[in-house]
Design a protein around this ligand. Structure first.
Ligand code: PBG
Length: 336
């Protein structure tokens, strides 16, 4: 039988498969997340995220140099402060854990971009992403339910904290709380203090996902009551994700971030087709844990499963991927 159209002609050898490959991965695609912990000389492994650890600031210099050597252009920072309080003061203090971490990384590896995850859940004693409506707080609003996350009061603090992080040397601020107006408020605060050159990578579409579970152990930031469904997007909603993306573009976001990654491939594709900004996707803690758990059981193989996930995220339209696999993947790609 003569078939004119034989796609398998282009799959015959590794060389021809390489030639027609549409998507590739490289270390420059990755952003590596770091958990920075108070204390000294500590590298505390995170049980549900094999290979990942909380690090104290004195260990960051070596870590930053290693990441840089692997060709990874950026890190994103999460802080575990010594003290938490109702408004997350550590996050907007010049000597808070993250400003100190930013200075340590910049001193050791000046070319490594530092992205600061801008949220309050790691710094508040109640574990929510901003100020909670309680009668004790000066911005208490009796018309809103007790326990509600106060939007506009939190925006003021997000602006202040962003300026503090920018002053410490952060290149990019990445607001991750899904508050209304967060990008506009942070842009205005940065510009007013002379940080017009500091970029904003907005977590534009962040689902209220159970896949953040291991992260909340890692960052010691689970909500003390309730959940995050009043601010993060319902994972069932695709149009709403697009609306959030449009709003962040209007407010001046320089880059967009979509999260989680593998469960949101349609949303990544929509965003890629509807806008012209650089697009990042976050392969979150649960995605990482899932692959490692299956590998430990012998049910899936690493690195194959990790690399296939990463390439799928890129194929869907992400220009860059925040991933706990960033360092290993860079090594795997080097030796491939
Ligand atoms: C902070 C934040 C979270 C993640 C990134 N930034 C946790 C959350 O929203 O509960 C999750 C990242 C991951 O799971 O790897 N708001």
């Amino acid at each position: 039988m003569s078939l004119v159209n034989r796609p398998r002609r282009l799959r015959l050898t590794p060389a021809i498969r390489r030639l027609v490959r549409e998507t590739t991965l490289q270390p420059a695609d990755f952003i590596y997340p770091l958990f920075v912990r108070h204390g000294e000389g500590l590298r505390i492994p995170i049980e549900s995220m094999p290979g990942q650890a909380q690090l104290t600031i004195d260990l960051l210099a070596d870590e930053a140099r290693e990441i840089s050597r692997l060709g990874i252009p950026a890190v994103i920072l999460f802080g575990i402060p010594a003290q938490k309080d109702a408004i997350g003061s550590d996050n907007f203090h010049d000597c808070g854990i993250i400003p100190n971490a930013i200075r340590a990384i910049k001193a050791a590896a000046p070319d490594l971009l530092v992205i600061s995850d801008m949220c309050f859940c790691e710094y508040t004693d109640h574990g929510h992403c901003g100020i909670i409506n309680t009668p004790e707080h000066e911005r208490y609003n009796p018309r809103l339910p007790a326990g509600y996350l106060l939007n506009d009061a939190t925006l003021d603090l997000l602006g202040q904290a962003s300026v503090v992080h920018a002053r410490a040397g952060a290149d990019i601020i990445a607001p991750s709380g899904m508050l209304d107006g967060m990008v506009g408020a942070i842009r205005a605060a940065l510009d007013a203090q002379g940080f017009a050159h500091t970029a904003i990578m907005s977590y534009a579409s962040k689902a209220a996902s159970v896949f953040y579970g291991p992260f909340r152990d890692a960052a010691e930031s689970p909500p003390g009551f309730g959940d995050r469904a009043q601010y993060q997007i319902d994972p069932a909603n695709r149009r709403e994700a697009q609306k959030e993306i449009d709003l962040d573009i209007e407010q001046g976001a320089d880059m967009l971030l979509i999260k989680p990654a593998l469960p949101s491939l349609d949303i990544i594709r929509d965003a890629r087709e509807s806008c012209h900004l650089p697009l990042a996707a976050y392969q979150v803690s649960g995605e990482y844990a899932m692959l490692h758990a299956a590998a430990q059981m012998g049910w899936l193989k690493l690195p194959g499963a990790a690399l296939e996930s990463l390439i799928s995220i890129k194929r869907a339209g992400a220009d860059m991927i925040i991933s706990y696999f960033a360092k290993e993947a860079s090594r795997w790609l080097e030796s491939a």
